[in-house]
Write a protein that binds this ligand. Structure first.
Ligand code: ZN
Length: 360
């Protein structure tokens, strides 16, 4: 099978207004970290108000199912735009970014048919410097929080994706793994770093639970009890730390350092199944993936403007009772994922009026 690079380039050629290939950096061995953007007007700047959503697969290089699902999804979306209403609406209203591999060096070292297990990890899990990328992010309990602490000593793949996350207004993200079948939500570690069994509650726990259930409930098997040996989950979801403590993971970085909410999906018992298994995995996951992308639109969204009608950047959107704020973009946009309910929302902003700072 051809690598996804050639496939993505072809999509860009055949669908120039819907698909665009980007690189967010290079791996240790110099491979491009490629992402396919799919949205209406992909050849133009993003429309104000259109939310960004991303799929990041295979940061553990040998966990290969997510890599293939992302490619299947790209093909499905482009093939059905303009004919399937659901797909057309999704692409017209959402700026989708699909990354099949955050760890291409690890993938190259992996072996088709090598299932690995949760304990051993398996060959190709780490990057070419033998570092586990899902332990390489700044951690809220383990690391200092200065700008220097955030970046010092990190792997090139980690720095590339950190930069990408903080420089774009992503709203929702999925982090695709393998070795179990479960949707795992923040936080992924706890201050005591107790190995397992202790939930680490994020301020948006209710939203995270909803998103994890959305994926698990619409998956062909995830919501069923204990699919893989050693699994012990209720309804196919778990809090990350409750399952096991993961300091330095990517999903917590998204939540703590950007406006983006990320869920980790473990997609298959076997980390790198034979290629013939992949069509079945696509059928298992397709509806979950579509609903997860559609969830980018849940909650409230808008544009914050000043008295003169100009957009206000860096305004702070506060939900009473939830200690997690989102910040407006340079166009004044915000997206605040929320479950259905009644909320009190306040926006704080400091901006210049006649060259003087004014607070609202
Ligand atoms: Zn993994």
């Amino acid at each position: 099978m051809r690598g996804f690079q050639a496939v993505f380039k072809q999509y860009e050629t055949t669908h120039p207004s819907l698909a665009k290939v980007h690189s967010i950096g290079q791996s240790v061995q110099g491979k491009e970290l490629l992402v396919l953007q799919i949205t209406s007007g992909a050849d133009k700047p993003r429309e104000v108000g259109k939310p960004m959503m991303k799929w990041v697969a295979s940061m553990h290089g040998n966990e290969a199912v997510g890599r293939q699902l992302v490619m299947f999804m790209a093909k499905y979306l482009l093939a059905n735009y303009g004919t399937e209403d659901r797909v057309t609406k999704l692409i017209n209203t959402t700026d989708l970014w699909l990354m099949p591999s955050l760890n291409p060096d690890g993938f190259a070292a992996g072996q088709e048919g090598d299932c690995g297990n949760m304990a051993s990890g398996g060959r190709g899990r780490e990057n070419a410097n033998m570092r586990d990328l899902n332990r390489d992010f700044p951690d809220q309990f383990r690391d200092g929080q200065s700008q220097e602490d955030l970046v010092r000593g990190r792997q090139p793949e980690t720095l590339a994706v950190m930069t990408w996350i903080v420089s774009n207004p992503f709203v929702l993200s999925a982090n695709l793994h393998g070795g179990s079948v479960v949707a795992s939500y923040p936080y992924d570690d706890i201050s005591s770093h107790i190995q397992s069994g202790r939930k680490s509650v994020a301020p948006d726990d209710q939203v995270f639970q909803h998103l994890a259930h959305l994926y698990a409930d619409n998956h062909a098997t995830m919501h069923l009890v204990n699919i893989c040996p050693g699994d012990d989950f209720l309804g196919g979801v778990t809090n990350g730390a409750q399952w096991y403590d993961v300091p330095g993971g990517m999903e917590d970085f998204n939540y703590l350092h950007s406006n983006c909410f990320e869920i980790t999906m473990e997609l298959s018992c076997c980390k790198y199944p034979m290629g013939r298994e992949l069509t079945k995995e696509w059928k298992n996951n397709m509806e979950s993936m579509l609903q997860f992308m559609e969830a980018t639109h849940m909650g409230v969204k808008g544009v914050v403007k000043d008295a003169a009608g100009d957009p206000v950047e860096d305004a702070v959107v506060v939900l009473q009772g939830i200690k997690h704020n989102v910040i407006t973009t340079k166009h004044g946009e915000y997206w605040r994922l929320l479950n259905p309910g009644t909320y009190t929302m306040v926006v704080h902003a400091v901006y210049l009026v006649n060259s003087k700072l004014k607070e609202v």
